[in-house]
Write a protein that binds this ligand. Sequence first.
Ligand code: ATP
Length: 308
Amino acid sequence: MSTVDLEQVSRWYGNVVAVNDVTMHLGPGVTGLLGPNGAGKSTLINMMAGFLAPSAGTVTLDGRPLYRDPEIYREVGLVPEREEMYDAVSGWAFVLANARLHKLADPEAAARRAIATVEMADAQDRDIRTYSKGMKQRIKMATAIVHDPTVLLLDEPFNGMDPRQRMHLMDLLHELGDQGRTILFSSHILEEVEQIAGRIEVMVAGRHAASGDFREIRRLMTQRPHQYTIRSDDDRALASAVIAETSTSGVELVADGAGGTTVHVQALDFSAFVHALPQVASRHGIRLLEVRPADESLESVFSYLVTR
Ligand SMILES: Nc1ncnc2c1ncn2[C@@H]1O[C@H](COP(=O)(O)OP(=O)(O)OP(=O)(O)O)[C@@H](O)[C@H]1O
């Protein structure tokens, strides 16, 4: 059983801070690394795989720094996000070459085992260029587990997979996690992560935004303050009526640029507000014309986690 520890890790590329002061501890089982594009997930994974040096802080596996330590590479398997592979070789040859690079005692047996685990035995002799995206992904997975690593890192492994391939990989990750391996996979889709990972680490704009059980993360995301844009037949009256509601924290009357107005409301308690709004309107004889949630983008949901 292995643990990967990141202590105050930062990584910058010139002026770009890709990872900003992240402290994170990964233990056995499956952990999901969730965050929108550009959050720093790949950078973090590459540091955990020992391929990239942190600019500050330490990344260790069972207390040993990971960067450029070939002995540690034996403990870690990486499924990179990149699509490119050696197309003109068979899946078998590719996995076997990796087994040989690891100088395994019986590379052929290891390659056979890894290919069987990802259920690619039937297609193993075909050239990789004839594989579907999902099949390529499975061969990448086989090369990552051929040396039986205790830590497995997967960068956006579900991208481009159909539902059946997805289920298959989910089962496989569960199985490998149940064996006591430390598994981390990245994704930008909450539903994907919560189906597999008991534990979720959230990254936003290079920072470690939240950490914990998926229920806790979902609660934080759904109960965040919501913004609404509302139009009615009397926006001024509506704005002053709504501000008196305890479920709101801010109300603004905004010119809509076409001579009219809209009301922007910040709701603290979203279910209470949605319930109260029609009652407030009817009490004041106001007709609601449009109620639209604003700012529902994934980025804004995630950024709420950072700024809360
Ligand atoms: N080699 C590099 N040189 C310069 N900037 C980089 C480099 N690699 C990553 N970055 C920048 O660092 C930030 C984090 O990138 P990273 O790829 O780690 O994020 P990510 O969460 O994996 O995103 P994605 O899902 O889009 O791959 C981004 O702003 C990116 O543009």
